[in-house]
Design a protein around this ligand. Structure first.
Ligand SMILES: *Cc1c(COP(=O)(O)O)cnc(C)c1O
Length: 383
C-alpha cells in the first residue's frame, strides 16, 4: 500500500506487521515485514530477496547486472536452493520462476515423519560446493502442508550457516504455534531465520487474501528491485509500497487488526490449544479402532494423515496401487455421506493418505467422535 493512496491504511498495516514480527522475531529490533497475497507469494518473494542477498554477499548486484552476468562474475557455475521433498509446491515453483530451473533446486530427502533429513542436507551442501555452485538458500518448513511436520530448525540453520547459505522458513500454517505457550517450543530457533512466511489468512482464521513475509533484517526487503513511482508525493513516512510486489492493493490487514484486537495473543493461544487437543482426540479414536495406519503416529499439529491398515506387508508398485485404490474408495464413500469431508495427501513415496485438518474453532469432541465413527464404520465395511 502506498502512503499517498491510503494514509490510515499504512498505519493499520504497520501495527499488524509489528505484532506479527514481534511474535516471530521477539528479540530482534531490526526485524520487519510486509503483506502479500498469501503463502505462495510470500515464498516467492522471500526466495527472490534471498537470491539477491546471496549474490550481494558474493559481491555483485543482480538488479543491475542481471542473473547471468552477476553469477558469472562471482565465478560460480550456478546457484542452488535446498528444500525438502515435503516442502509446499510453491517453493519448487519459486525456484523456477527465479530463473534457476529445476536444476537449481536440490530436493532433500525426509525422514519417516516428513522432516528434512539433516545428514542429507549436509551432503547436498558439500556436493553443491564441489560442483562450483553457490549454495544460496536453505528452505526449512515449520508445519508442512501434508502432515504439519516441523523440520529440525536449529540443525538446518547451523548447516546452512556453515556453508554460507541463507535460511527461509515456510511457516505459512505452522506459525499458528507461536501463539500457544504450550506448543510454541516446537518452533524454537525460528528467530535465526532470515525470512519467514506466515499466513494470517490461515493462522488467524481470516478470509483470503492476507499473507505475510517477515524478515530478520528489514533492509532485506528493499532488495526486491522495485523502481520507485515518481507520480506520488514523497513523504517522510516510509512507504510499504516500496517493499511489496504489488502496487495498489486492498487493506486486507484490517481484518487481522480487528481479530487480533478482539482475541489477543492469549485468545489465539487458547484456540490453538483447543485445535491441537481435537487432533489428539481424533487420533486416539482412530488408533483404538485398529483400522488405520496413522502418519505420523502422533500428530505434530492440528492435522493428521491416515490410511486403511495395509493388507500386504510388501510395497511393490502393484500393492501400492491397490492400497491407494482402497483409500480412494473410502474417501469417495465418506464424501457421498455428505456429512463429513476430509482431504487427502500423497506422500513422496506415492502412498495416498486421507488427511484431516482441525481448524474450526467451533468443533467439539463430539464432532471428532462422529467423524471417527463414520470412518471406522466405512473401514470395517471395506474389510
Ligand atoms: C498453505 C501453504 C502455503 C501456500 O499458501 P497460500 O496462502 O495458499 O498461497 C505455503 N506453504 C505452506 C506450508 C502452506 O501450508
Amino acid at each position: 500500500m502506498t502512503f499517498s493512496s491510503a494514509r490510515s491504511g499504512t498505519f493499520v498495516e504497520r501495527q499488524v506487521l509489528g505484532w506479527l514480527t514481534s511474535l516471530a522475531f521477539p528479540d530482534v529490533p531490526q526485524a520487519g515485514g510486509c503483506f502479500t497475497s498469501g503463502g505462495t507469494q510470500s515464498n516467492f518473494q522471500a526466495l527472490l530477496i534471498l537470491r539477491n542477498e546471496a549474490l550481494r554477499r558474493a559481491g555483485v548486484d543482480v538488479n543491475a547486472l542481471g542473473l547471468v552476468e552477476a553469477l558469472s562474475r562471482t565465478g560460480h557455475r550456478g546457484m542452488r536452493i535446498f528444500a525438502s521433498e515435503a516442502s509446499h509446491p510453491s517453493i519448487f515453483a519459486a525456484v523456477r520462476q527465479l530463473g534457476l530451473g529445476d536444476a537449481g533446486l536440490h530436493r532433500v530427502p525426509t525422514d519417516g515423519q516428513d522432516r528434512l533429513c539433516p545428514v542429507a542436507l549436509e551432503a547436498a551442501l558439500v556436493e553443491a560446493r564441489r560442483q562450483g555452485q553457490l549454495p544460496a538458500v536453505v528452505v526449512l518448513t515449520a508445519g508442512s502442508s501434508g502432515v504439519g511436520a516441523v523440520d529440525p530448525l536449529r540443525e538446518g540453520m547451523r548447516l546452512a550457516h556453515q556453508h554460507g547459505a541463507l535460511v527461509h522458513v515456510d511457516a505459512a500454517h505452522g506459525s499458528l504455534l507461536l501463539f500457544s505457550q504450550r506448543h510454541r517450543g516446537l518452533l524454537d530457533g525460528l528467530q535465526g531465520a532470515d525470512t519467514v512466511t506466515l499466513d494470517p489468512h490461515k493462522v488467524l482464521g481470516l478470509n483470503a487474501q492476507l499473507g505475510g513475509l517477515l524478515v530478520r533484517d528489514a533492509r532485506l526487503l528493499t532488495l526486491l528491485g522495485k523502481v520507485s513511482l515518481d507520480y506520488f508525493v514523497t513523504s517522510e513516512v516510509s512507504d510499504l509500497g516500496e517493499v511489496t510486489l504489488d502496487g495498489s492493493r486492498a487493506l486486507n490487514s484490517l481484518g487481522a487488526w480487528l481479530l487480533l484486537r478482539h482475541f489477543g495473543r492469549d485468545g489465539y493461544g487458547r484456540l490453538v490449544d483447543h485445535l491441537f487437543a481435537l487432533a489428539r482426540d481424533f487420533t486416539r479414536r482412530l488408533k483404538k479402532s485398529g483400522c488405520f495406519e496413522l502418519f505420523p503416529d502422533t500428530p505434530t499439529m492440528n492435522m493428521l494423515a491416515f490410511r486403511l491398515r495395509p493388507k500386504a506387508a510388501s510395497e511393490t508398485p502393484e500393492e501400492l496401487a491397490r492400497e491407494n485404490a482402497r483409500n480412494d474408495a473410502l474417501l469417495s464413500r465418506l464424501m457421498q455421506s455428505r456429512k463429513f469431508a476430509v482431504s487427502c495427501y500423497r506422500h513422496a513415496s506415492g502412498r495416498l493418505y486421507l488427511r484431516a485438518v482441525f481448524i474450526n474453532p467451533a468443533s467439539r469432541p463430539e464432532h471428532m467422535a462422529a467423524l471417527a465413527d463414520a470412518l471406522i464404520q466405512l473401514a470395517r465395511e471395506a474389510e
